[in-house]
Write a protein that binds this ligand. Structure first.
Ligand code: PLP
Ligand code: ZN
Length: 417
Protein backbone atom coordinates (compact mmCIF):
# COMPACT_ATOMS: atom_id res chain seq x y z
CA UNK A 1 0.00 0.00 0.00
CA UNK A 2 1.46 3.35 -0.98
CA UNK A 3 -1.31 5.80 -0.14
CA UNK A 4 -4.85 6.92 -0.87
CA UNK A 5 -6.68 8.77 -3.60
CA UNK A 6 -10.07 10.47 -3.27
CA UNK A 7 -12.88 8.71 -5.17
CA UNK A 8 -14.36 12.07 -6.17
CA UNK A 9 -11.61 14.70 -6.57
CA UNK A 10 -8.57 12.37 -6.89
CA UNK A 11 -6.55 14.28 -4.26
CA UNK A 12 -3.78 11.91 -3.08
CA UNK A 13 -2.74 11.16 0.51
CA UNK A 14 0.32 9.33 1.76
CA UNK A 15 0.04 5.94 3.47
CA UNK A 16 0.45 7.47 6.91
CA UNK A 17 -2.65 9.67 6.53
CA UNK A 18 -4.81 8.75 9.51
CA UNK A 19 -8.18 10.16 8.46
CA UNK A 20 -10.77 8.03 6.69
CA UNK A 21 -12.15 10.54 4.18
CA UNK A 22 -10.73 13.10 1.77
CA UNK A 23 -9.67 16.26 3.64
CA UNK A 24 -10.34 18.31 0.51
CA UNK A 25 -13.92 17.26 -0.30
CA UNK A 26 -15.07 14.77 2.34
CA UNK A 27 -15.67 11.89 -0.06
CA UNK A 28 -14.45 8.32 0.44
CA UNK A 29 -10.87 7.28 -0.21
CA UNK A 30 -9.49 4.58 -2.46
CA UNK A 31 -6.36 2.71 -1.32
CA UNK A 32 -3.46 2.85 -3.82
CA UNK A 33 -0.84 0.09 -4.23
CA UNK A 34 2.43 -0.65 -5.87
CA UNK A 35 1.44 -3.48 -8.23
CA UNK A 36 4.93 -4.64 -9.13
CA UNK A 37 5.18 -7.54 -6.68
CA UNK A 38 1.56 -8.68 -6.90
CA UNK A 39 1.73 -10.33 -10.32
CA UNK A 40 4.20 -13.00 -9.31
CA UNK A 41 2.63 -13.68 -5.92
CA UNK A 42 -0.88 -13.97 -7.39
CA UNK A 43 0.26 -16.17 -10.28
CA UNK A 44 1.65 -18.61 -7.70
CA UNK A 45 -1.73 -18.74 -5.97
CA UNK A 46 -3.29 -20.06 -9.19
CA UNK A 47 -1.67 -23.43 -8.70
CA UNK A 48 -2.67 -23.94 -5.06
CA UNK A 49 -5.75 -24.33 -2.84
CA UNK A 50 -7.27 -21.11 -1.47
CA UNK A 51 -6.78 -20.61 2.28
CA UNK A 52 -8.43 -17.26 3.07
CA UNK A 53 -8.39 -13.58 2.09
CA UNK A 54 -4.83 -13.17 3.35
CA UNK A 55 -3.66 -15.19 0.34
CA UNK A 56 -3.71 -11.76 -1.32
CA UNK A 57 -1.81 -9.78 1.33
CA UNK A 58 0.37 -8.10 -1.33
CA UNK A 59 -2.66 -6.04 -2.36
CA UNK A 60 -4.23 -5.58 1.08
CA UNK A 61 -3.61 -2.79 3.61
CA UNK A 62 -2.22 -5.27 6.16
CA UNK A 63 1.16 -6.81 6.99
CA UNK A 64 2.17 -9.61 4.61
CA UNK A 65 2.11 -12.20 7.38
CA UNK A 66 -1.40 -11.16 8.51
CA UNK A 67 -3.82 -13.95 9.39
CA UNK A 68 -7.07 -14.42 11.27
CA UNK A 69 -8.33 -17.01 13.79
CA UNK A 70 -11.45 -17.71 11.68
CA UNK A 71 -11.41 -18.60 7.99
CA UNK A 72 -12.63 -15.53 6.09
CA UNK A 73 -13.11 -15.89 2.33
CA UNK A 74 -12.02 -18.87 0.24
CA UNK A 75 -15.72 -19.38 -0.44
CA UNK A 76 -16.87 -21.72 -3.22
CA UNK A 77 -17.74 -20.74 -6.78
CA UNK A 78 -20.41 -23.23 -7.85
CA UNK A 79 -21.44 -23.96 -11.41
CA UNK A 80 -25.26 -23.82 -11.49
CA UNK A 81 -26.18 -25.71 -14.66
CA UNK A 82 -29.75 -26.64 -13.65
CA UNK A 83 -30.63 -23.08 -12.64
CA UNK A 84 -28.86 -21.82 -15.75
CA UNK A 85 -30.85 -24.15 -17.98
CA UNK A 86 -34.10 -23.12 -16.35
CA UNK A 87 -33.26 -19.46 -16.99
CA UNK A 88 -31.68 -19.91 -20.42
CA UNK A 89 -28.04 -19.38 -19.44
CA UNK A 90 -25.31 -21.80 -20.48
CA UNK A 91 -22.71 -20.65 -17.97
CA UNK A 92 -24.18 -19.52 -14.68
CA UNK A 93 -22.16 -19.60 -11.44
CA UNK A 94 -22.90 -18.78 -7.82
CA UNK A 95 -20.21 -17.24 -5.63
CA UNK A 96 -21.54 -18.45 -2.30
CA UNK A 97 -20.58 -16.02 0.45
CA UNK A 98 -22.89 -17.62 3.00
CA UNK A 99 -20.04 -19.86 4.16
CA UNK A 100 -18.13 -16.99 5.74
CA UNK A 101 -17.91 -17.08 9.58
CA UNK A 102 -20.97 -14.88 10.19
CA UNK A 103 -22.73 -16.10 7.01
CA UNK A 104 -22.32 -13.03 4.80
CA UNK A 105 -19.74 -11.34 2.59
CA UNK A 106 -19.32 -8.61 5.26
CA UNK A 107 -16.65 -10.72 6.99
CA UNK A 108 -14.18 -9.86 4.23
CA UNK A 109 -14.44 -6.18 5.20
CA UNK A 110 -14.57 -6.75 8.95
CA UNK A 111 -11.43 -8.87 8.95
CA UNK A 112 -9.38 -6.20 7.19
CA UNK A 113 -10.86 -3.40 9.31
CA UNK A 114 -10.09 -5.31 12.52
CA UNK A 115 -6.52 -5.96 11.41
CA UNK A 116 -6.13 -2.22 10.78
CA UNK A 117 -7.73 -1.45 14.16
CA UNK A 118 -5.25 -3.68 15.97
CA UNK A 119 -2.34 -2.05 14.10
CA UNK A 120 -3.48 1.37 15.35
CA UNK A 121 -4.01 0.05 18.87
CA UNK A 122 -7.75 0.88 18.95
CA UNK A 123 -9.49 -0.68 21.95
CA UNK A 124 -13.11 -0.60 20.83
CA UNK A 125 -14.45 -1.01 17.30
CA UNK A 126 -17.88 0.18 16.24
CA UNK A 127 -20.16 -0.01 13.22
CA UNK A 128 -23.57 0.96 11.98
CA UNK A 129 -25.36 -1.84 10.23
CA UNK A 130 -28.65 -3.02 8.76
CA UNK A 131 -27.66 -6.29 10.45
CA UNK A 132 -24.94 -8.16 8.57
CA UNK A 133 -22.05 -5.73 8.94
CA UNK A 134 -22.77 -5.65 12.67
CA UNK A 135 -23.07 -9.40 13.10
CA UNK A 136 -19.88 -9.77 11.11
CA UNK A 137 -18.02 -7.26 13.26
CA UNK A 138 -19.38 -8.91 16.42
CA UNK A 139 -18.39 -12.38 15.21
CA UNK A 140 -14.85 -11.53 14.18
CA UNK A 141 -14.31 -9.30 17.24
CA UNK A 142 -15.33 -12.23 19.44
CA UNK A 143 -12.70 -14.36 17.74
CA UNK A 144 -10.03 -11.74 18.49
CA UNK A 145 -11.25 -10.82 21.97
CA UNK A 146 -11.95 -7.22 20.89
CA UNK A 147 -14.91 -5.15 22.16
CA UNK A 148 -17.49 -4.27 19.51
CA UNK A 149 -20.31 -1.73 19.58
CA UNK A 150 -23.00 -2.07 16.94
CA UNK A 151 -25.73 0.41 15.98
CA UNK A 152 -28.66 -1.28 14.20
CA UNK A 153 -32.20 -0.18 13.39
CA UNK A 154 -34.61 -1.49 15.99
CA UNK A 155 -36.42 -3.25 13.11
CA UNK A 156 -33.48 -5.48 12.02
CA UNK A 157 -34.50 -9.13 11.42
CA UNK A 158 -34.52 -11.12 14.64
CA UNK A 159 -31.93 -13.65 13.43
CA UNK A 160 -29.40 -10.89 12.84
CA UNK A 161 -30.07 -9.28 16.23
CA UNK A 162 -29.79 -12.67 17.93
CA UNK A 163 -26.52 -13.36 16.16
CA UNK A 164 -25.13 -9.99 17.31
CA UNK A 165 -26.13 -10.52 20.92
CA UNK A 166 -24.82 -14.08 20.99
CA UNK A 167 -21.37 -12.92 19.93
CA UNK A 168 -21.36 -10.57 22.92
CA UNK A 169 -21.30 -7.21 21.15
CA UNK A 170 -22.83 -4.13 22.78
CA UNK A 171 -25.93 -3.81 20.64
CA UNK A 172 -27.59 -0.42 20.43
CA UNK A 173 -30.94 -0.90 18.68
CA UNK A 174 -31.68 2.58 17.44
CA UNK A 175 -35.17 4.00 17.11
CA UNK A 176 -34.46 5.12 13.59
CA UNK A 177 -33.30 4.00 10.18
CA UNK A 178 -29.95 2.59 9.03
CA UNK A 179 -28.98 6.09 7.96
CA UNK A 180 -29.56 7.38 11.50
CA UNK A 181 -27.42 4.53 12.87
CA UNK A 182 -24.64 5.48 10.47
CA UNK A 183 -24.53 9.11 11.55
CA UNK A 184 -24.83 8.23 15.23
CA UNK A 185 -21.91 5.79 14.94
CA UNK A 186 -19.78 8.49 13.27
CA UNK A 187 -20.48 10.90 16.12
CA UNK A 188 -19.89 8.28 18.81
CA UNK A 189 -16.55 7.26 17.29
CA UNK A 190 -15.41 10.89 17.22
CA UNK A 191 -16.59 11.46 20.75
CA UNK A 192 -15.18 8.30 22.33
CA UNK A 193 -12.19 7.56 20.07
CA UNK A 194 -13.53 4.22 18.81
CA UNK A 195 -12.32 2.68 15.55
CA UNK A 196 -15.12 3.04 13.00
CA UNK A 197 -15.88 0.16 10.61
CA UNK A 198 -18.79 1.99 8.94
CA UNK A 199 -19.20 0.67 5.41
CA UNK A 200 -17.69 2.91 2.74
CA UNK A 201 -16.60 5.60 5.19
CA UNK A 202 -13.84 3.25 6.37
CA UNK A 203 -11.62 2.87 3.28
CA UNK A 204 -10.55 -0.66 4.28
CA UNK A 205 -14.05 -2.13 3.91
CA UNK A 206 -13.83 -1.93 0.11
CA UNK A 207 -10.35 -3.46 0.25
CA UNK A 208 -11.69 -6.51 2.09
CA UNK A 209 -14.58 -7.01 -0.27
CA UNK A 210 -12.40 -6.84 -3.36
CA UNK A 211 -10.90 -10.22 -2.43
CA UNK A 212 -14.16 -11.74 -3.69
CA UNK A 213 -13.08 -10.74 -7.23
CA UNK A 214 -9.61 -12.24 -6.72
CA UNK A 215 -11.21 -15.54 -5.73
CA UNK A 216 -13.49 -15.53 -8.78
CA UNK A 217 -10.40 -14.93 -10.96
CA UNK A 218 -8.59 -17.80 -9.25
CA UNK A 219 -11.56 -20.17 -9.58
CA UNK A 220 -11.64 -19.45 -13.33
CA UNK A 221 -7.95 -20.34 -13.58
CA UNK A 222 -6.72 -16.78 -14.01
CA UNK A 223 -9.59 -15.19 -15.92
CA UNK A 224 -12.63 -13.13 -15.07
CA UNK A 225 -16.16 -13.96 -16.29
CA UNK A 226 -18.26 -11.80 -18.62
CA UNK A 227 -20.53 -10.48 -15.87
CA UNK A 228 -20.68 -10.31 -12.11
CA UNK A 229 -24.10 -9.47 -10.67
CA UNK A 230 -24.22 -7.98 -7.16
CA UNK A 231 -26.96 -6.73 -4.85
CA UNK A 232 -26.38 -3.08 -3.93
CA UNK A 233 -27.29 -0.96 -0.92
CA UNK A 234 -24.44 1.32 0.17
CA UNK A 235 -22.46 0.24 -2.89
CA UNK A 236 -19.39 -1.03 -1.07
CA UNK A 237 -19.52 -4.65 -2.27
CA UNK A 238 -19.99 -3.72 -5.91
CA UNK A 239 -17.24 -1.11 -5.81
CA UNK A 240 -14.99 -3.60 -4.01
CA UNK A 241 -15.55 -6.25 -6.64
CA UNK A 242 -14.80 -3.74 -9.40
CA UNK A 243 -11.68 -2.60 -7.52
CA UNK A 244 -10.52 -6.22 -7.33
CA UNK A 245 -10.99 -6.65 -11.08
CA UNK A 246 -9.11 -3.41 -11.80
CA UNK A 247 -6.29 -4.46 -9.46
CA UNK A 248 -5.88 -7.66 -11.45
CA UNK A 249 -5.67 -5.64 -14.63
CA UNK A 250 -3.18 -3.19 -13.11
CA UNK A 251 -1.00 -6.14 -12.09
CA UNK A 252 -1.15 -7.47 -15.65
CA UNK A 253 -3.04 -10.60 -14.59
CA UNK A 254 -6.14 -10.34 -16.83
CA UNK A 255 -6.80 -9.45 -20.42
CA UNK A 256 -10.43 -8.44 -20.11
CA UNK A 257 -12.68 -7.07 -17.40
CA UNK A 258 -16.27 -8.13 -16.65
CA UNK A 259 -19.37 -6.00 -16.73
CA UNK A 260 -20.53 -5.39 -13.17
CA UNK A 261 -24.31 -5.25 -12.77
CA UNK A 262 -26.03 -3.64 -9.79
CA UNK A 263 -29.19 -5.28 -8.47
CA UNK A 264 -31.48 -3.11 -6.36
CA UNK A 265 -35.02 -3.23 -5.08
CA UNK A 266 -37.16 -0.66 -6.87
CA UNK A 267 -37.97 0.52 -3.33
CA UNK A 268 -34.31 1.28 -2.56
CA UNK A 269 -32.77 2.33 -5.85
CA UNK A 270 -30.60 5.40 -5.26
CA UNK A 271 -27.61 4.05 -7.17
CA UNK A 272 -29.66 2.76 -10.10
CA UNK A 273 -31.40 6.13 -10.40
CA UNK A 274 -28.05 7.90 -10.53
CA UNK A 275 -26.55 5.52 -13.10
CA UNK A 276 -29.59 5.80 -15.32
CA UNK A 277 -29.69 9.61 -15.04
CA UNK A 278 -26.02 9.86 -15.98
CA UNK A 279 -26.52 7.52 -18.93
CA UNK A 280 -29.54 9.46 -20.12
CA UNK A 281 -27.32 12.54 -20.08
CA UNK A 282 -24.61 10.93 -22.25
CA UNK A 283 -22.81 8.37 -20.09
CA UNK A 284 -19.41 9.89 -20.47
CA UNK A 285 -18.58 11.16 -17.02
CA UNK A 286 -15.04 12.21 -16.31
CA UNK A 287 -15.78 14.81 -13.69
CA UNK A 288 -16.71 12.53 -10.80
CA UNK A 289 -16.25 15.32 -8.27
CA UNK A 290 -19.53 16.88 -9.46
CA UNK A 291 -21.72 13.79 -9.63
CA UNK A 292 -24.57 13.93 -7.10
CA UNK A 293 -25.80 10.59 -5.81
CA UNK A 294 -29.58 10.32 -5.52
CA UNK A 295 -31.25 9.90 -2.13
CA UNK A 296 -34.42 7.90 -1.53
CA UNK A 297 -36.60 6.72 1.34
CA UNK A 298 -35.92 3.00 1.23
CA UNK A 299 -38.66 0.53 2.05
CA UNK A 300 -37.80 -2.96 0.84
CA UNK A 301 -38.16 -6.48 2.19
CA UNK A 302 -34.44 -6.96 1.45
CA UNK A 303 -33.21 -5.28 4.63
CA UNK A 304 -29.51 -5.62 3.76
CA UNK A 305 -29.98 -3.31 0.77
CA UNK A 306 -32.44 -0.88 2.37
CA UNK A 307 -30.40 2.32 2.22
CA UNK A 308 -31.62 5.91 1.86
CA UNK A 309 -28.27 7.55 1.20
CA UNK A 310 -25.65 5.16 -0.20
CA UNK A 311 -22.42 5.54 1.76
CA UNK A 312 -20.18 4.31 -1.04
CA UNK A 313 -22.47 5.60 -3.76
CA UNK A 314 -19.99 7.35 -6.00
CA UNK A 315 -17.63 4.37 -6.11
CA UNK A 316 -20.61 2.11 -6.90
CA UNK A 317 -21.87 4.32 -9.73
CA UNK A 318 -18.33 4.40 -11.15
CA UNK A 319 -18.16 0.59 -11.00
CA UNK A 320 -21.30 0.18 -13.10
CA UNK A 321 -20.47 2.93 -15.59
CA UNK A 322 -16.77 2.15 -16.04
CA UNK A 323 -17.44 -1.57 -16.44
CA UNK A 324 -20.33 -1.03 -18.84
CA UNK A 325 -22.72 -2.93 -16.58
CA UNK A 326 -26.42 -2.45 -15.93
CA UNK A 327 -28.23 -0.95 -12.96
CA UNK A 328 -31.30 -3.14 -12.59
CA UNK A 329 -34.23 -2.55 -10.24
CA UNK A 330 -36.61 -5.34 -9.30
CA UNK A 331 -39.87 -5.38 -7.35
CA UNK A 332 -39.84 -6.98 -3.92
CA UNK A 333 -42.17 -9.76 -5.11
CA UNK A 334 -39.52 -10.88 -7.61
CA UNK A 335 -36.84 -10.75 -4.90
CA UNK A 336 -38.91 -13.05 -2.70
CA UNK A 337 -39.64 -15.43 -5.61
CA UNK A 338 -35.92 -15.69 -6.33
CA UNK A 339 -35.28 -17.21 -2.87
CA UNK A 340 -36.96 -20.59 -3.51
CA UNK A 341 -35.91 -20.43 -7.17
CA UNK A 342 -32.21 -20.39 -6.26
CA UNK A 343 -32.67 -22.81 -3.39
CA UNK A 344 -34.53 -25.45 -5.42
CA UNK A 345 -32.18 -25.52 -8.37
CA UNK A 346 -28.87 -25.22 -6.53
CA UNK A 347 -29.15 -26.03 -2.82
CA UNK A 348 -27.89 -22.55 -1.97
CA UNK A 349 -30.37 -20.65 0.26
CA UNK A 350 -30.02 -16.85 -0.11
CA UNK A 351 -31.32 -14.07 2.11
CA UNK A 352 -33.57 -11.57 0.30
CA UNK A 353 -30.77 -9.15 -0.63
CA UNK A 354 -28.72 -11.98 -2.13
CA UNK A 355 -31.76 -13.20 -4.05
CA UNK A 356 -32.11 -9.73 -5.57
CA UNK A 357 -29.07 -10.50 -7.74
CA UNK A 358 -30.81 -13.53 -9.21
CA UNK A 359 -34.01 -11.54 -9.73
CA UNK A 360 -31.92 -8.98 -11.64
CA UNK A 361 -30.40 -11.72 -13.83
CA UNK A 362 -33.94 -12.86 -14.72
CA UNK A 363 -34.88 -9.31 -15.66
CA UNK A 364 -31.79 -8.84 -17.81
CA UNK A 365 -32.50 -12.10 -19.61
CA UNK A 366 -36.09 -11.07 -20.25
CA UNK A 367 -34.87 -7.76 -21.70
CA UNK A 368 -32.23 -9.48 -23.83
CA UNK A 369 -29.36 -7.67 -22.07
CA UNK A 370 -27.50 -10.92 -21.35
CA UNK A 371 -26.53 -13.31 -24.12
CA UNK A 372 -27.20 -16.96 -23.24
CA UNK A 373 -23.53 -17.92 -23.75
CA UNK A 374 -22.08 -15.31 -21.37
CA UNK A 375 -20.33 -16.50 -18.23
CA UNK A 376 -22.39 -14.94 -15.45
CA UNK A 377 -21.45 -14.96 -11.75
CA UNK A 378 -24.24 -14.25 -9.27
CA UNK A 379 -22.79 -13.22 -5.90
CA UNK A 380 -24.80 -14.82 -3.08
CA UNK A 381 -24.00 -12.21 -0.48
CA UNK A 382 -25.79 -13.65 2.58
CA UNK A 383 -27.42 -16.79 3.98
CA UNK A 384 -31.19 -17.37 3.90
CA UNK A 385 -31.26 -18.33 7.58
CA UNK A 386 -30.65 -14.67 8.40
CA UNK A 387 -34.23 -13.77 7.54
CA UNK A 388 -36.50 -16.81 7.50
CA UNK A 389 -39.55 -14.60 7.97
CA UNK A 390 -39.14 -13.20 4.47
CA UNK A 391 -38.17 -16.55 2.96
CA UNK A 392 -41.31 -18.10 4.44
CA UNK A 393 -43.45 -15.68 2.46
CA UNK A 394 -42.23 -17.26 -0.78
CA UNK A 395 -41.56 -20.84 0.32
CA UNK A 396 -45.17 -21.94 0.88
CA UNK A 397 -46.41 -24.14 3.70
CA UNK A 398 -45.81 -27.80 4.54
CA UNK A 399 -48.54 -30.42 4.14
CA UNK A 400 -49.89 -31.42 7.55
CA UNK A 401 -50.85 -35.11 7.78
CA UNK A 402 -51.87 -37.71 10.37
CA UNK A 403 -49.02 -40.00 11.47
CA UNK A 404 -50.24 -42.90 9.30
CA UNK A 405 -48.91 -44.58 6.17
CA UNK A 406 -52.34 -44.09 4.56
CA UNK A 407 -51.92 -40.36 4.86
CA UNK A 408 -48.52 -40.61 3.14
CA UNK A 409 -50.03 -42.83 0.42
CA UNK A 410 -52.82 -40.36 -0.17
CA UNK A 411 -50.13 -37.77 -0.82
CA UNK A 412 -48.03 -39.93 -3.18
CA UNK A 413 -49.33 -38.55 -6.49
CA UNK A 414 -47.96 -35.12 -5.57
CA UNK A 415 -44.60 -36.47 -4.40
CA UNK A 416 -43.84 -38.53 -7.50
CA UNK A 417 -45.29 -36.15 -10.09
C1 PLP B 1 -24.44 -5.48 2.88
C2 PLP B 1 -25.14 -6.44 1.98
C3 PLP B 1 -25.45 -6.12 0.65
C4 PLP B 1 -25.20 -4.77 0.05
O1 PLP B 1 -23.88 -4.32 0.14
P1 PLP B 1 -23.54 -2.77 0.01
O2 PLP B 1 -22.09 -2.67 0.17
O3 PLP B 1 -24.32 -2.09 1.10
O4 PLP B 1 -24.01 -2.35 -1.33
C5 PLP B 1 -26.04 -7.10 -0.12
N1 PLP B 1 -26.35 -8.30 0.38
C6 PLP B 1 -26.08 -8.63 1.65
C7 PLP B 1 -26.47 -9.98 2.15
C8 PLP B 1 -25.46 -7.72 2.49
O5 PLP B 1 -25.22 -8.05 3.76
ZN1 ZN C 1 -11.79 14.61 -2.48
Amino acid sequence: MIGYRCIACATPQTADYDGFVCPACGNNLDVVYDYSTAAEAFAQQLGSQPVDIFDYAELLPVAEEASFPLRVGATPLYAAPALGEFLGLENLYLKDESGNPSASIKDRASAIALRRASETGAGIVAAASTGNAGSSLACLSAALGVRAVVFVPETAPVAKLTQLLSYGASVLAVRGRYDDCFDLCLTACEEFGWFNRNTGHNPFTREGKKTCAYEIWRAFGGELPDRIVVAVGDGNIISGIWKGCCDLQAAGLVRSLPKIDAAQSDRSAAISHTVNQLRAAGNDVTDWAHVEIDKVTADTVADSIAVDQPRDGLAAVKAVIESGGEAVTVPDAEILDAIPLMSRFTGVFPEPAAAAALAAIKRMLAKGTIDSAERVVCVVTGNGLKDTGSAARAAGRPTVIEATIEAVRAHLPRIVS
